[in-house]
Design a protein around this ligand. Structure first.
Ligand SMILES: [Zn+2]
Length: 271
């Protein structure tokens, strides 16, 4: 599943090719994604210019003078920039064609992604309005997480993966940042001190930043045929390492399930 760093890498990958470009055509081959692609999209977009390529959480926002395309990659979606002469393949559901003869092409084999259109402020759209702060922004601080958690008995790992608390902390990032901060993933969010949140928040920011930086090293490959940025090649300390020795203490890493997601941690180093 594309995580926040991969979505940000996609945003950076497509931006230089479509920013300030006029849309000349919209080709919808498969309307049935998570929600149907609006039938008016072609009419709305043709002859409009992409004024900004933004991201909020895992949504990519293409702003034009008439409204905004809200794009989500779902479970298996990817975006590529191609010459418009490159023929579409199976699972290539949408093309936005530009005056520079480039095409922004959405491929999504599992079709859990979405392409929506709004004429009003996209940040007030029902999918975006309840999202928590961006993890790399100043609003996401130890003080914020501490205050927000005071009446929350939920496990800390589930808490930081809740997009209404903070966006973009996927399963790998939650596991790795809790290890880095020495916090047991099962600990109740309201039982964690400010001092410990002061370790956790920088750990989350650091792991996401590293992942985005690594995605950045693949940007030049973005316009290749297979297009997928090879992001997240960081060494993982706990994720996927059940029963292997902890890199700090040598004791075996424990695997449990929390909220239907795999959790990996060291019961010796994480309290
Ligand atoms: Zn350990």
């Amino acid at each position: 599943m594309p995580e926040l760093p991969e979505v940000e890498t996609s945003r950076r990958g497509i931006e230089p090719h479509i920013l300030n470009q006029e849309v000349t055509d919209v080709i919808i081959r498969q309307r049935k994604l998570r929600w149907p692609i609006p039938s008016t999209l072609k009419k709305q977009l043709i002859s409009k210019t992409i004024l900004q390529v933004d991201r909020r959480g895992k949504y990519i926002l293409l702003l034009t003078q008439a409204g905004t395309v809200i794009l989500h990659l779902g479970m298996s979606g990817s975006l590529r920039i191609l010459d418009k002469s490159v023929s579409a393949e199976k699972h290539d559901h949408l093309d936005i064609v530009f005056a520079n003869n480039k095409v922004l092409r959405l491929r999504d084999p599992r079709r859990f992604g979405s392409v929506l259109w709004t004429k009003t402020d996209p940040l007030k759209h029902k999918l975006l309005i309840n999202l928590g702060p961006e993890p790399l922004g100043d609003e996401f601080s130890a003080e914020y997480l501490f205050e927000t958690s005071r009446n929350r008995k939920v496990a800390i790992k589930t808490f930081i993966m809740n997009s209404q608390v903070v966006v973009g902390v996927g399963n790998i990032y939650a596991n790795e940042s809790l290890f880095s901060a020495g916090i047991n993933p099962k600990r109740a969010a309201n039982k964690i001190s400010l001092a410990r949140y002061q370790k956790l928040v920088p750990a989350i920011k650091s792991i996401l930043k590293k992942s985005i930086e690594q995605g950045g090293t693949t940007l030049k490959d973005f316009i290749n045929e297979d297009g997928k940025p090879g992001y997240f090649q960081q060494t993982l300390c706990v994720y996927g390492r059940a029963s292997e020795p902890c890199i700090n203490c040598g004791k075996p890493i424990t695997q449990i399930t929390q909220a239907q997601r795999s959790t990996f941690y060291c019961s010796h180093c994480q309290k």
